[in-house]
Design a protein around this ligand. Sequence first.
Ligand SMILES: Nc1ncnc2c1ncn2[C@@H]1O[C@H](COP(=O)(O)OP(=O)(O)OP(=O)(O)O)[C@@H](O)[C@H]1O
Length: 214
Amino acid sequence: MSDAPAPVPPLLAARGLCFSRNDAAVFGPLDFAVDAGEALLVRGDNGAGKTTLLRVLAGLLRADTGEVDIEGRRTGTALRSRAIAYLGHLPAFKADLSALENLNFLCGLHGRRQERRPEQALATVGLAGYEDTLARQLSAGQKKRLSLARLWLSPMPLWLLDEPYANLDLEGIELVNRMVQAHLDTGGAALVTTHGAYAAPPVRTRELVLGNPQ
Ligand SMILES: Nc1ncnc2c1ncn2[C@@H]1O[C@H](COP(=O)(O)OP(=O)(O)OP(=O)(O)O)[C@@H](O)[C@H]1O
């Protein structure tokens, strides 16, 4: 009998993943894996399928075929939506709740890292002083920062970030990069979509390029 430790499975592994709309392929078949401590940069032109892929992985859309394992376990869409932190294009906040109320509400729904508190999260993303500001009164960049505060609080090891740099100023772009780096350093993983036009994450251990399926 061997004493070798069992190999650690990737945090996320996808095999043969295909998605189509109205019988037209959007992407696939795709095979890729992301280990703890790695970022996967998902690149592609407008309409290439980056958002669709992240929504499939987050369990918001159902793939036509293929399998997704998280930490070596096969996961269906319902389980995935509870194992992944997803930062989408549009902020998912309640317009008439304050920034702090929104974070408290979302932490109540999805949990949070025990050692991190919503007030701290707002300060981390540069929103100290905006605790009582209604979400609808925040600018687009401030809303993105509030989404980042939610991400910073999330206990999930796997982050799916759809165009995380959109609407952010240079300091905000650096904030995203610092957050991703810190997340990877503590054993997390991240998939990040970008057109590649103006920003890329600090660590780019793997890259997946989507294009027009043949
Ligand atoms: N709700 C929808 N209904 C029908 N088709 C859609 C829908 N959402 C996206 N599509 C189509 O699916 C394809 C992939 O779109 P997707 O949003 O995933 O691309 P993307 O790579 O994220 O693009 P972008 O860089 O512009 O954000 C596109 O051809 C788009 O027109």
